[in-house]
Structures are given as structure tokens and as C-alpha cells.
Design a protein around this ligand. Sequence first.
Ligand SMILES: [Zn+2]
Ligand SMILES: [Zn+2]
Length: 310
Amino acid sequence: MECCRRVNPFRACTGLRGLGYLMLAFVAAIVAVSYYAVVVYTWGPLLLGGGDAAAAAAAVLVAFHLLLALIIWCYLVVVFTDPGAVPENWRHSSEDDAMDVNSSIVSDNEGAFNWDATYPDSERQGSAPRYCSRCQNGKPPRCHHCSVCNRCVLKMDHHCVWVVNCVGARNYKYFLLFLVYTFIETVLDTLVLLPNFIEFFRDESRRSSSPGNIAVMFLAFVLNLAFALSLLCFIGMHMSLVTSNTTSIEVHERRNSVSWKYDLGWRKNLEQVFGTKMLLWFLPLYSAEDLHNIGALHGLEFPTRSDAVV
Ligand SMILES: [Zn+2]
Ligand SMILES: [Zn+2]
């Protein structure tokens, strides 16, 4: 049992950094296959025919390109935005400078992974200042050490191999928008490729199309359908987390609470991630006012409910 406690399952996660770059190539390949199937092979040629088919094709192609632009925008922003680093020598504002760091603070277990040491009761309840022995720095509330990035990340949600970055306080909104727009795009692709997919099972269609085109169309349909279904579940899970102001890491912690201390009501919880300007909820942007006023977007301090019972 002791040997199991000494094994750090997250050490293997360092390999995820390399895997992330492969994922970038995979994402590009999926986009290329979908683009060819929807724009070049299926709907683009209909534009030349005129009539209702051309009007429908124009609508599909405009929606496709608009969503693609939003996906690429959100993707680049989530990849290149720092999710939030802990300032050097950061200390809890309530901490006394003379506090004995070695004896009273909650510390990560150096080297070996120890769940109890990483998520001890005192840390779950936020009753003791937290310290990361790997970063040799204080840990703000909701901050966790990422074994892949090898550093503490503010309001860490998870490390995402798809975006080769951690998802945390400063890029969580961009990540969610990336998920939502990718979901809408994959649903659109699935629907507009469906007639061709059904056609594929007819012999005459197979004879009139090249095997390469049929393979790309088939692959695009199956990939988009699979992604749409997976993303639907993932988005549902994240919407539940956002409206309760919880991160993926905090789910187990919330289960132990009678009332979750960060849950300020669904509207305020949404504003903590998306900002107060509803028009900007749908773009990977924040108003200067929100960036100034919403502390949660910086990841160091978070408002809590006054009646929180742990
Ligand atoms: Zn750390
Ligand atoms: Zn990370």
C-alpha cells in the first residue's frame, strides 16, 4: 500500500506535453478534412448552379466560415493566453509575515504523489494557508500545481492536451467558447454532410464519385458526428461547473460541502467567468472595466458567500 502511495501517476503526464503537439496536427487534419468535404466537395460546387441550391449553399458556406473563424480565434487565444501564474513570493493577505512556513502551512508532497498531502482536509476547507513545495511559493485559493506544466496555475481547471496549455483563471472563458463554437460547427458539418452520407450507400453514387472523395466525405461525417456527441457531454459538464462556480478539480471538494462557498448564484457565477457585458460573452474578449473589477479573472482572490457552511 505504501508503495502505491509513493507512485506519482501524474509523472506520466509530462509525456502529455509532447502529445499536445501531435494533437495540434490532429486538430489541423480534422479541420482540413471537414473543409474539403463541406466546402470543396459538397457545397462549394452548388454555388455555381444558381437557384435555391446556390442560396442554400451560400448560407451553409457563410455559417461554416464564420464558425471556423471564431474557432480559430478562440483556439489561438486559449493556446497563447497564460492561464495564470502565481506572483513570486506570493503570500495570503491574511498571513502573518512571521508565520512559520515549514510547520503550519499545507504543503504538496515533494516528489511522490500523495493525495492526502495534496488535498488535505485543512486545504479543502481553506482553513490553512497553502504552500507549493515544488514551486517554493504560496498557493492562492483554488490554485493547483500542474504536473505537465510543472508549475502552479491559478484557479486551475485541468491541463488540456488539445490546446497544449493549462485551462485556468485567465483562459477558461476562451476554452469554453472554443468548445461551444466547435460543437456548433461539428453539428452543422454533420447535418450538411448527412444527405451525402446517405447517398454513399447507393451503388450509383459510389460509381459516380472517386474513391478518394467518398473516403474524405465518409471520414468527415463520422469524425464530426463523434466530436459533436463528445462535445455535447463535455459542454454539459462545464456548464454545470460554471453555473455553480466550481472547477473540474474542485468537484470532489464541493461534494463534501453543505453549501459551496464560491457559489454566488448562477448569474454572478457566470459573470465570474464570462464578464458582466453580455455582448462580450460570445467573444474571447473582456471589457477593460471587467478586467479591473472582477478579481476572479486575475485568479488570486475570489468572493465567497457569507453563509457558506463546509
Ligand atoms: Zn506549484
Ligand atoms: Zn498544465
